[in-house]
Write a protein that binds this ligand. Structure first.
Ligand SMILES: [Zn+2]
Length: 283
């Protein structure tokens, strides 16, 4: 069975400003580090496949599927060249709110503001992994926008992140990379504010929009933050997805679609990954 790796943002080391909330949370690694990981995997004879091809490699060893969540433009500028260099394919799970609604993801503004605050280590942890972050993370995107105004004095006029453009998504899709859906707005599907109608619209509208862009069927869905329940996998199937990506599996019920757990590649996680891959190889 393939191992699935989860990446988010990728930037050259020299462009990573500190302090950096993404690095601290684990959702930003350096381009040099991505290169090191791919070099190690290539040296160790791993083969890279797309998420939707996993079902064709069930009994094959040393198979990896690389996934990139959230659709940042840095994926195109800095991960894509490295992937090409190592002849590795991957699956990208962009959000579509930026293209559909022309808005910055509230979490991106939040991280940008946090990095501009003068905080001690404890305060910073609270903003990135603690209660303040949790309260923000679990709020509806519209509420998050209001929260930003009360949490921070000055909101940035310009976002420091960009998302992949239509042209970039098309180029990836035309070059043997898979485009899957991560929903529209990164709403957490199990959050209190979600209704079945909202869940369906996240899954359906993102699929529809991406398909209109890449002119191919979008059949892989990735749950924002890996948060899901069994009924949501059933909905994904009904909407036309053929597999779902999670982070960890939370129950033993056999889902109605292939559901893949993923190894979260954070800064300095290569040793942990080696351990995990060795364990998988022995089984
Ligand atoms: Zn995400």
């Amino acid at each position: 069975m393939a191992t699935v790796l989860m990446f988010h943002r990728v930037l050259p080391e020299k462009l990573i400003k500190t302090p950096n909330a993404y690095t601290d949370f684990g959702t930003l690694i350096s381009q040099e580090y991505l290169s090191e990981i791919l070099q190690w995997l290539t040296d160790n004879k791993y083969k890279f496949i797309k998420i939707s091809d996993i079902i064709n490699y069930v009994n094959v060893d040393k198979i990896l599927a690389l996934t990139f969540d959230d659709g940042y433009a840095d994926n195109f500028h800095y991960a894509y060249p490295i992937l090409k260099k190592y002849n590795a394919t991957a699956t990208f799970f962009p959000l579509v709110s930026n293209s559909l609604e022309n808005c910055v993801l509230p979490l991106d503004t939040y991280y940008q503001c946090v990095d501009e605050l003068d905080l001690n280590e404890n305060e910073r942890r609270n903003y990135i992994k603690g209660d303040i972050k949790n309260k923000f993370y679990w709020a509806e995107p519209q509420i998050q926008r209001d929260m930003l105004k009360t949490l921070f004095n000055n909101l940035p006029k310009e976002s420091r992140v960009d998302y992949m453009t239509v042209e970039q998504l098309i180029e990836l899709s035309n070059n043997n990379f898979e485009i899957g859906s991560h929903g529209v707005s990164h709403s957490l599907l199990i959050a209190d504010y979600m209704t079945e109608e909202k869940i369906i619209s996240e899954m359906k509208n993102s699929k529809k929009w991406l398909e209109s862009v890449i002119k191919k069927a979008v059949i892989a869905y990735c749950f924002p933050a890996g948060l899901y329940n069994y009924d949501m996998i059933k909905l994904a199937k009904k909407i036309g997805y053929k597999s779902v990506c999670l982070i960890t599996k939370k129950d033993n019920i056999k889902p109605v679609l292939p559901a893949y757990t993923r190894f979260f590649v954070k800064p300095n996680s290569l040793d942990e990954l080696k351990v995990q891959l060795n364990i998988l190889n022995f089984n």
